[in-house]
Design a binder for this molecule. Structure first.
Ligand code: ADP
Ligand code: ADP
Ligand code: ZN
Ligand code: ZN
Length: 749
């Protein structure tokens, strides 16, 4: 049965109805903000999850995330959905390429069966099992130590707040554990403590303390400040705790490679066992392409079929262009695109059929050379009897669609409709922005800017770089390109950024901001907006802040209720009092040019630009529009932005800075062909103002618009790490060695 959707109205969708063929590849195209994700992720995927969850018992349902029913009249024909997105793969510190693909588990069985010496136990090779893990770091490979000098202020007494840890303020319950213990004079400065007193304060045990709580008083066992803190925070996996908790704990600890296992995560017994002279940590450290050869060399007939299975799994990873990774690589260090492709491999090995796979721009991070591999993978999933939905901008991927759904025509309120449905051939003729984008011709610049100077990098050897020396010209637009894993991020994101710390790096990583952050607070527009409301209404400006007086009393202006739990992650629920609008009822009665403050926060940037003629606000709103975010509403929580959108809002904030070095990591992510032109205009504008702009990018439209190209390669991982070409795009076309040059030539035909 095909998937039929009737009357979808999530976000900007205008009563959208469509039919998606079963067992086929359907690609969703359209400018950013047109509503692709609103259809695919916020309607189809959410409804599929919800319907699946409703088949479970009440008890299990209670432990699953709750999905609100999407705004849609009817959806039928859904099957179990598998979402393969770019969210970081399990930021958990215990997760590695080997564990997430289950290949490490198979290697462990190999070790249990044929390593010398081995006691035959599989779990003794697991760093997630007490029998195999290094006792020092509990299998994390890194240890955290308490920075004792940072938790105490020796110039103060307990009564003056000598304990600097969060939630240990004078009078707090935590503080009473030491101040009321009777073991110290609470007015004595810590610097005057005897050695014994200091030891008792930090590490002492024995006896009890009576502490006062709101519910009366309570007797607790005495425990030293440092020991108590360590017990709760040092042996915990900090990547799993909430950002808030992590931020409050991090200043007090230092992290480093575990001295016991040197990062291998395993105990001495596990590391003593070897196959072909290598222990399991050494096997895991090999690049997958090398590992394939090593595994194939195991001839023991007892493990014949296991070896075949491991090799097939490793080859699937190599086939999608990730042969340069190693099994011990922590998943937290993978890029979004790498993570997504690894998630994909996991499903290729599975024998389930009849599923709906949903991909979010799977070409991210892929060089044109690698897109062919991606297409084979998508086709393989379809041919196993699955329905494949893909949100994508890359014409080479759109081309393999059995069915194309073009969403638009514009972004935000100007989009939300289906403007074309049919084949790729039909799309190329369609009168839509995507059709026009496919027909437009782009060209290499007719003249290249002359550099004003150069920024040298000398003898770089980090990760796979092979003693790379290269100069980045100043005052021009430089594109650094090369296949995935060739070393672009390492050279620019790590080495160059460390050499030139005043350069501004605009990447797609999370914005460190509170749950209250919105485009208005992030760009610093809220003060001016509040003042305008105050002037129009005569009420104080502070009333129009959801951070103080004007806040909804129940959610304190968050729009959601966050229940904080000591030493645990907080729980978040929607605020029913203000229905997520953040303000008190009376605040909303005040109007500015006909709109309430909540209405204003619902304006998309481009409409806000018409609403606010004020110069300071207009300049900031214009920067949002110029980075391709005209559809973003002023109050949309920053936490709901995609990676590409995050990067563009960071760029918006940097635009008004003067002469500097800008480094951007794949800024075309999430951008439609017509948006790429806007982005190029923006980058050229930055260069014209005297800036140096360096872009890590595969998009050939961007490559050919550069003044200077640095091509890394020739391959990924150990096969890369060299500069293959430097020069202008015109010279790149003539290069015999550059893969990028070859693809650029093909692209222009
Ligand atoms: P696309 O996937 O085509 O880039 P989206 O579906 O993400 O577009 O966005 C369509 C519109 O919906 C945009 O105007 C966007 O700002 C809005 N939107 C997306 N997510 C949210 C959200 N969580 N809250 C409010 N508005 C949203
Ligand atoms: P690109 O940006 O060209 O895709 P990268 O610079 O990310 O390439 O990777 C180059 C090589 O360095 C690859 O072999 C990759 O596995 C390795 N590498 C990248 N980041 C890390 C890291 N944090 N730890 C270990 N190896 C890394
Ligand atoms: Zn260790
Ligand atoms: Zn509220």
């Amino acid at each position: 049965m095909d998937i039929r959707i009737l009357g979808a109205r999530e976000h900007n969708l205008k009563d959208v109805s469509l039919t998606i063929p079963q067992g086929k590849i359907t690609v969703f195209t359209g400018v950013s903000g047109s509503g692709k994700s609103s259809i695919v992720f916020d309607t189809i995927a959410i409804e599929a999850q919800r319907q699946l969850n409703s088949t479970f018992t009440w008890f299990i349902r209670n432990q699953l995330p709750r999905y609100e029913r999407p705004h849609v009249d009817e959806i039928e024909g859904l099957t179990t959905a598998v979402i393969v997105d770019q969210n970081p793969v399990g930021g958990n510190a215990r997760s590695t390429v080997g564990t997430m693909t289950d290949i490490y588990a198979m290697i462990r069985v190999l070790f249990a069966r044929c390593a010398e010496p081995s006691d035959g136990l599989v779990s003794s090779f697991s760093f997630n099992d007490p029998r195999g893990m290094c006792p020092e770091c509990d299998g994390l490979g890194v240890t955290t130590q308490l920075a004792a000098d940072r938790i105490l202020d020796l110039s103060k007494s307990l009564n003056e707040g000598a304990i600097l840890l969060p939630a240990h303020g004078v009078g707090s319950i935590e503080w009473q554990r030491w101040a009321n213990s009777g073991k110290f004079d609470p007015d004595k400065r810590l610097r005057d403590y005897t050695k014994q007193e200091m030891r008792t304060l930090l590490h002492g045990t024995g006896g009890t303390v009576r502490i006062k709580t709101t519910k009366g008083s309570q007797e607790v066992a005495y425990e030293g400040v440092a020991d108590r803190f360590a017990r709760f925070n040092l042996k915990r996996d900090l990547s799993k705790v909430s950002e808030r908790t992590r931020e409050s704990v991090l200043p007090f600890i230092t992290e480093g490679t575990c001295p016991e296992c040197e990062g291998a995560r395993l105990n001495a017994a596990a590391l003593a066992a070897r196959i072909d002279g290598r222990n399991i940590a050494e096997w895991s450290r090999m690049e997958i392409s090398e590992l394939i050869k090593a595994v194939s060399a195991i001839t023991d007939p007892a493990v014949r079929s296991l070896v075949d299975t491991v090799r097939a799994a490793l080859e699937r990873i190599e086939e999608i262009g990730l042969g340069y990774l190693s099994l011990d690589r922590s998943t937290g260090t993978l890029s979004g695109g790498e993570g997504q492709r690894l998630k994909m491999v996991r499903h290729l090995g599975s024998s389930l059929t009849g599923l709906t796979y949903i991909f979010d721009e799977p070409s991210t991070g892929l060089h044109p050379r690698d897109v062919g591999m991606l297409n084979d993978l998508l086709r393989a999933l379809r041919d196993k009897g699955n329905t494949v939905l893909v949100v994508e901008h890359d014409p080479d991927v759109i081309e393999i669609a059995d069915h194309v759904v073009d969403v638009g025509p514009g972004a935000g309120v100007h989009g939300g409709q289906i403007v074309f449905e049919g084949t790729f051939a039909g799309l190329r003729k369609a009168k839509t922005p995507t059709g026009e984008g496919l027909r437009r011709s782009t060209a290499i610049k007719s003249s290249f800017r002359q550099p004003t100077g150069e920024l040298p990098v000398v003898g770089a050897n980090l990760h796979n770089l092979k003693n790379v020396s290269v100069s980045i010209p100043t005052g021009v637009l430089t594109v650094v390109t090369g296949v995935a894993g060739s070393g672009k991020s390492t050279l620019i994101g790590d080495v160059f950024m460390n050499t030139y710390p005043d350069a501004i790096f605009v990447d797609q990583s999370a914005i460190t901001a509170s749950s209250r952050s919105t485009p208005t607070t992030y760009l610093g527009m809220m003060d001016s907006i509040r003042k305008l409301f105050a002037k129009a209404s005569g009420a104080p400006a502070s009333l129009f802040s959801f951070n103080s007086e004007g806040a909804c009393p129940d959610c304190k202006g968050r729009g959601v209720i966050i229940t904080e739990l000591a030493y645990m992650d907080p729980v978040t629920t929607h605020c029913a009092t203000c229905d997520g609008r953040r303000f008190k009822e009376e605040v909303l009665a005040h109007r500015l040019r006909g709109l309430s403050i909540a209405d204003v926060l619902e304006l998309p940037a481009e409409e806000a630009l018409e609403f606010f003629p004020e110069r300071d606000l207009a300049a900031k709103l214009r920067s949002l529009v110029s980075v391709g975010l005209p559809y973003l509403t002023l109050g949309q929580p920053l936490s709901t932005l995609s990676g590409g959108e995050r990067q563009r809002i960071k760029l918006a904030i940097q635009l008004n800075r003067t002469a500097g070095i800008y480094v951007l990591d794949e800024p075309t992510t999430g951008l439609h062909m017509s948006d790429v032109d806007t982005l190029l205009g923006l980058l050229n504008g930055l260069v014209d103002k005297g800036n140096t702009v360096i872009v890590i990018e595969h998009n050939l439209d961007v490559v050919q618009q550069a003044d200077w190209v640095v091509d890394l390669g020739p391959g990924g991982g150990r096969d890369g790490g060299e500069v293959v070409f430097t020069g202008t795009p015109a010279q790149l076309l003539k290069s015999r060695t550059s893969l990028t040059g070859k693809h650029l030539k093909r692209y222009r035909q």
